[in-house]
Design a protein around this ligand. Structure first.
Ligand code: ADP
Ligand code: 5GP
Length: 193
């Protein structure tokens, strides 16, 4: 079965965004992969760009989109709402690209229920919770209270990793990037057969 989706999940601070940005700027991959820009009710962090990192919307707008059935999947994560718009899938199909999703474990479960055969599931985490905490603190854009919530949620999220096709331990960034590159190249080459 040809795969057209790569679903990335993992606890907050694992390095998902960092690794994904490297994949999306890789000369061999960047024309073949599209990032699924999610909608969220979370506040924009410094440096984040509307339409590039997320579409930032109010809770009212988000709830209206749920009502209209616009999301392929959505979930409440660490106290905010996040969702994948159905347009993202359509756009990737039109452009004949692999869609790369950075979604939480609940979102990954929904994709498993709806279109498991089309997706490859990758879980990313560092080898310890202490390292996660260190990374969230050093990233410097998340209030302390929220870091505590994210660390608490991380314990439960990590229990889900056995449901994923691949687990990447991001202790060494270069190794982790290379592993995801290998997976992405395999998905692309199978898709082109
Ligand atoms: P996520 O998207 O999973 O929440 P980020 O990509 O924002 O995580 O990474 C969290 C922080 O950890 C960032 O400051 C990032 O630079 C840093 N980081 C990412 N990978 C590593 C690594 N392998 N070693 C040390 N720090 C890392
Ligand atoms: P952050 O606030 O750190 O950008 O993301 C928090 C969490 O929300 C991460 O686990 C991320 O994967 C998840 N997330 C981002 N977009 C979506 C989405 O569209 N759907 C779901 N279910 N989770 C998402």
């Amino acid at each position: 079965m040809r795969k057209s989706l790569i679903v990335i999940s993992g606890p907050s601070g694992a390095g998902k965004t960092t690794i994904i940005k490297r994949i999306l700027s890789d000369p061999e991959l960047k024309d073949k992969i599209m990032f699924s820009v999610s909608h969220t009710t979370r506040k924009k962090r410094k440096g984040e760009k509307e339409g590039e990192d997320y579409f930032f919307v109010s809770e009212k707008e988000f709830r209206e989109m749920i009502e209209k059935g616009e999301f392929l999947e959505w979930a409440e994560v660490h106290g905010n709402l996040y969702g994948t718009h159905k347009n993202n899938i359509e756009k990737a199909e039109e452009e004949n690209k692999i869609l790369l999703l950075d979604i939480d474990v609940q979102g990954a479960e929904k994709i498993r229920e709806k279109m498991k055969e089309k997706a490859v599931f990758v879980f990313i985490r560092p080898s310890s919770i202490e390292e996660l905490k260190k990374r969230l603190i050093s990233r410097g854009d998340t209030p302390e209270k929220e870091i505590e919530k994210r660390i608490k949620d991380a314990q439960k999220e990590i229990e889900e990793e056995k449901k994923f096709d691949f687990v990447i331990i991001n202790d060494n960034l270069e190794h982790a990037v290379n592993k995801l590159k290998e997976i992405a190249k395999k998905v692309i080459s199978e898709n082109q057969k």
